[in-house]
Design a protein around this ligand. Structure first.
Ligand SMILES: NC(=O)c1ccc[n+]([C@@H]2O[C@H](COP(=O)([O-])OP(=O)(O)OC[C@H]3O[C@@H](n4cnc5c(N)ncnc54)[C@H](OP(=O)(O)O)[C@@H]3O)[C@@H](O)[C@H]2O)c1
Length: 211
């Protein structure tokens, strides 16, 4: 699949490495594709990944991962150009600058806000509920970490489900995009557990099913 990755930070790089291993064609959309800071990632990803501008990446791909800080996300989305009919995977969390909580609470979500900016795209929330370190290897003591995802388009959900499996997570459907109102606070719980409740970053959520 042709995947655009907007933002090559912790999340963008972790998912790029996983999808490159699975043979996907990657278009890493960054504002300065020739910046020397991408040299290490370029050599890790090899010929399968092209470093281009966000608009070039979005044009080339049918699936676009948003992995930008929330405060930069509107600008990033508006720099993509036309995205009608494309799948946009929203991995962002609308964190307050001091990480004390979320800027969207209860009656909306970052994912729905993104959908309002690009009404003709198919926004799916995913990859927001664990740290990027877990995305590098989503397995804990032999068990797959789980990854909730939600969105309004059922075909797009199936495409993203496969991409979540490709990274190594157990994908777990969570309904329509408005359920991002649950997934974003779950990310906050992960962040608080890691940093405020003493757990550290080396843990993930898992699913225990009786049958
Ligand atoms: N880190 C985690 O463990 C984690 C886990 C789950 C979800 N998330 C969420 O995922 C998102 C990304 O987190 P991160 O830790 O990967 O962030 P990060 O390491 O700071 O990387 C952010 C990336 O976004 C790029 N960027 C910023 N503004 C942009 C714009 N207008 N257009 C295109 N690219 C732009 C940055 O490029 P420059 O280098 O050029 O500034 C950088 O490559 C955040 O919303 C975060 O809350 C993070």
């Amino acid at each position: 699949m042709d995947i655009a990755i907007i933002g090559a930070g912790n999340v963008g790089a972790a998912l790029a490495k996983g999808w490159a291993k699975k043979g996907h064609n990657l278009y890493i959309g960054v504002r300065h594709p020739d910046d020397a800071k991408y040299a290490a990632l370029k050599s890790q990803l090899g010929a399968q990944a092209k470093f281009v501008t966000p608009a070039e990446a979005a044009k080339a791909a049918s699936v676009i991962l948003l992995a930008t800080p929330w405060g930069q996300t509107e600008q990033a989305v508006k720099s993509l150009g036309p995205v009608s009919g494309k799948i946009i995977i929203d991995a962002t969390n609308p964190l307050k600058p001091d990480l004390s909580g979320l800027t969207h609470n209860g009656d909306t979500s970052a994912a729905e806000t993104i959908q309002s900016w690009v009404p003709d795209a198919k926004v799916i929330k995913a990859f927001n509920t664990v740290g990027a370190n877990i995305m590098e290897k989503p397995e804990v003591r032999g068990y797959k970490a789980m990854m909730y995802f939600c969105g309004n388009d059922s075909q797009a959900r199936q495409t993203v489900k496969k991409l979540i499996s490709d990274i190594g997570f157990e994908p777990v459907e969570a309904g329509d995009l408005k359920e991002a109102r649950l997934l974003e606070p779950l990310a906050m719980l992960w962040i608080k557990s890691a940093y405020a409740f003493g757990m550290g970053r080396d843990f993930a959520f898992g699913l225990l099913k009786a049958s």
